[in-house]
Design a protein around this ligand. Structure first.
Ligand SMILES: CC(C)(COP(=O)(O)OP(=O)(O)OC[C@H]1O[C@@H](n2cnc3c(N)ncnc32)[C@H](O)[C@@H]1OP(=O)(O)O)[C@@H](O)C(=O)NCCC(=O)NCCS
Length: 98
């Protein structure tokens, strides 16, 4: 778990791919999910209020093991736990350098 403290980060509020496109590839052979996420990331970093050193942060339900694997595959790691009412979430982070 990273020991850095986050002051400013790009928070991905929600991310999902329509079920018909999950596991699908573009004509170039790239994952649609990964391609979509890279577009989100690019646009977030291009925003005037973001800086190149801002990490990306998101939350994923503790039971959503498929999504956790997806995020780990994209370089995210557990940062901390969050509790919202009876639901527990992993907060995951990926530094800007990856
Ligand atoms: C999570 C989600 C976005 C992943 O999209 P997907 O279409 O299933 O992902 P893909 O099958 O195209 O996989 C994309 C890449 O991640 C990898 N991957 C996917 N799931 C993985 C897992 N559980 N473990 C390891 N790698 C995984 C794939 O191997 C692929 O790698 P590659 O690009 O190097 O070939 C999608 O399943 C989804 O929208 N789920 C419902 C909403 C949701 O749970 N959102 C996340 C909430 S935080």
């Amino acid at each position: 778990m990273p020991d850095e403290s986050i002051e400013l980060a790009i928070e991905i509020e929600w991310f999902g791919v329509d079920v018909h496109y999950q596991g699908q590839r573009t004509e170039e052979g790239d994952s649609i999910a990964r391609t979509l996420f890279e577009t989100v990331e690019y646009r977030a970093h291009a925003h005037g209020l973001s800086t190149p050193d801002m990490p990306l942060v998101l939350e994923v339900d503790e039971d959503n093991l498929d999504a956790q694997g997806f995020w780990e595959h994209l370089g995210f790691e557990l940062f901390e736990w969050a509790q919202v009412e009876s639901d527990r979430y992993l907060r995951m982070i990926r530094s800007a350098s990856e």
